[in-house]
Design a binder for this molecule. Structure first.
Ligand code: DX5
Ligand code: ZN
Length: 215
């Protein structure tokens, strides 16, 4: 079964409780929280307070996608919010191995994300240590962008590296995902789809989620 995580970046933030209820109503168990610092990406979204608010709200698990420079400076704060997965960017730290192992020591699943221009081969040596790799299918920073088709080859390449180095690796994709692009990502080896605009703008969130899960 394909995992589906709505990105709350596309939710109506003034009605966030109802939006989270609709995620549960759509039969989904987790949401994706995009943390942006205005440095690693041009945009600023929200931080630890938002992750805490989602945790306090109730039943939904969440993952924190840290689009921040030097994530090591804020790891402990984000871990304390109780995410089931923390994802950092390969491009955002000089000491990826240290950051990955710090997250593992804190007993949280760990992911590393790659921007569209960053080769999959840069993760080869750390791949056995990861739970998830997040292949960005747009340039990070904004919701509602167009899917970059050249990232599909990276998904296949990663899946073939993972076959020997980490067979249970989860491959998450994020950016411009809808039924058509989601299907292509799954065909290339992804098994976790992050969906922002296409989920929150769909006429039936339940039907949309069901279709994605069954891809
Ligand atoms: C982009 C974020 C994404 C974004 C996806 O930087 O990481 O999670 O919210 O939104 P859509 O699905 O609208 O492209
Ligand atoms: Zn994201």
């Amino acid at each position: 079964m394909i995992r589906v995580s709505p990105s709350i970046l596309a939710a109506d933030i003034l009605r966030l409780g109802e939006e989270l209820d609709s995620v549960i109503g759509a039969g989904l168990l987790n949401v994706h929280v995009d943390i942006m610092d205005g440095r690693f990406v041009p945009n600023i979204s929200y931080g630890v307070a938002m992750a805490n608010a989602i945790r306090r709200y109730g039943q939904l698990r969440f993952d924190c996608h840290l689009m921040i420079e030097e994530p090591e400076r804020q790891l402990a704060d984000f871990v304390a919010t109780g995410p089931e997965l923390i994802t950092v960017h390969q491009e955002a730290t000089r000491h990826l191995h240290r950051v990955v192992h710090r997250i593992k020591e804190l007993n949280v699943r760990v992911g590393v994300s790659l921007n569209p221009a960053t080769p999959v081969s840069t993760l080869k040596d750390i791949l056995p240590d990861l739970d998830t790799v997040l292949i960005m299918t747009v340039n990070p920073g904004f919701g509602g962008q167009k899917f970059i088709a050249s990232t599909l080859n990276k998904i296949s390449e990663l899946r073939s590296f993972a076959a020997s180095l980490n067979p249970t690796l989860e491959i998450q994709v994020d950016g411009g995902i809808d039924i058509s692009t989601g299907r292509q990502c799954v065909e290339h080896g992804a098994n976790h789809l992050v969906v922002g605009a296409a989920f929150f703008n769909s006429t039936s969130r339940h039907a949309f989620a069901a279709e994605l899960k069954s891809l």
